[in-house]
Write a protein that binds this ligand. Structure first.
Ligand code: NAI
Length: 361
């Protein structure tokens, strides 16, 4: 018998009415009956902050921890070293395991696995939506209609076509590639990417993308920047005041990767000064975002340019089915001693199994 602890977001009425909200606390990823029938203990909570939280109280006796990036239980180095004495496996129900201190997990030989690919299309579609929302000035236009106003010029003065623009992705893995692929249909001037790993030549050719190896040069060329790299030591705080000074004036930035890749204040100031024309995404440097987080209300000088939402791009109902099934598969393999799908493994036996979390020796 093993003890599995899961930290999931509270779904409330929505989760009771919609059983396909598998990632919610109430629906327990659809694995509660199975785990019980196999004789395992399964604790599910949304209470994740501080030493008195259920998360921290149950952690010392858990063999397996399941978390999601949507309501991240931060498995810090301190918790790994001092509380998670029994922990052998940390599963991310979704994609993106930066809320786990991966270096500390390596020290303690804890395996970290995620359901790679499970929501990459969901995010790529969201990115395309965010890009269009910013470039076409959608949010202020809708707000105007709700207010009962009708002043076309106030919206049109900052609305553009995506056609003919240069669109670039910072990080061109599963999501970045899928974003560019979807944008081919909009006839951009050029699709470019910045990534220390080059795309396979056939993939570059398929979408007509060009790799730019210098980050400043890349930023200076993009009308639209979409961020699709994991959060790690090399990307935390990467988009700061200095870096933003290299961004083409009036560019739009969409970040659905991780909030902490962008500096909270630098983004707000760049938007307010007009250095960037818009910022959208669904990820925040801490989640849930505090009520006074500047990204909730920041605006460009014309009163628009904010396309922020709560973190949901990768948790559509379609995605939830895939990452719930994937979580069960990872768990089942671990319980029966079967090897994990290599693409799902982030760290194992004290080492990084993926090249996506930074360049290492
Ligand atoms: P992936 O591993 O397929 O691709 C990541 C790419 O980023 C790799 O090609 C890697 O070489 C590149 N990269 C890493 N560090 C870089 C750096 N410093 N500069 C430039 N490129 C760098 O991962 P995938 O599936 O595309 O996901 C990317 C990230 O998106 C996840 O790690 C996660 O943080 C985020 N995500 C967000 C979701 C949401 O709901 N908003 C859902 C799923 C993922």
């Amino acid at each position: 018998m093993v003890k599995v602890l899961a930290v999931l977001y509270r779904g409330g009425k929505a989760a009771v009415e919609e059983p396909r909200l598998l990632g919610a606390l109430e629906n327990k990823l659809g694995i509660a009956d199975w785990l019980k029938s196999e004789g395992h203990e399964f604790i599910v909570t949304d209470d994740k902050e501080g030493p008195d939280s259920v998360f921290q109280k149950e952690l010392p006796t858990a063999d397996v921890l399941i978390t999601t990036p949507f309501h991240p239980a931060y498995l810090t180095g301190d918790l790994i070293r001092n509380k998670a004495q029994n922990l052998k496996l940390a599963i991310t129900a979704g994609v993106g395991s930066d809320h786990v201190d991966l270096n500390a997990a390596n020290e303690k030989k804890i395996t970290v696995a995620e359901v790679t690919g499970s929501n990459v299309v969901s995010v790529a579609e969201h990115v395309v939506m965010d890009i269009l929302a910013l470039v076409r000035n959608f949010v202020p236009a809708h707000e105007m209609i709700e207010r009962g106003d009708w002043v076309v010029a106030d919206i049109a003065r900052n609305a553009f076509d995506l056609e003919g623009k240069v669109i670039g992705t910072l990080g061109c893995g599963r999501i970045g590639f899928r974003v560019l692929k979807r944008l081919v249909a909009f006839d951009p001037k050029e699709l470019i990417y910045y990534d220390y790993a080059a795309l396979p030549a056939a993939a570059e050719k398929e979408i007509g993308a060009r790799r730019v190896e210098d980050l400043h040069e890349f930023l200076g060329q993009c009308d639209v920047i979409t961020i699709n790299a994991p959060l790690h030591e090399g990307t935390r705080g990467l988009v700061n005041k200095e870096l933003l000074s290299h961004v083409k004036k009036g560019a739009w930035i969409v970040n659905t990767a991780r909030g902490a890749i962008c500096d909270r204040i630098a983004i707000k100031e760049a938007l307010e000064s007009g250095q960037i024309n818009g910022y959208a995404g669904d990820v925040w440097d801490v989640q849930p975002a505090p009520k006074d987080h500047p990204w909730r209300t920041m605006k460009n000088p014309l009163g628009g340019g904010n396309g922020m939402t709560p973190h949901y791009s990768g948790t559509t109902l379609d995605a939830q089915k895939r990452y719930a099934d994937g979580t069960k598969d990872i768990l089942q393999r671990w319980l029966t001693g079967k090897e994990q799908e290599p693409a799902n493994v982030i760290v194992i036996n004290g080492e990084y199994a993926t090249k996506a979390y930074g360049q290492r020796k």
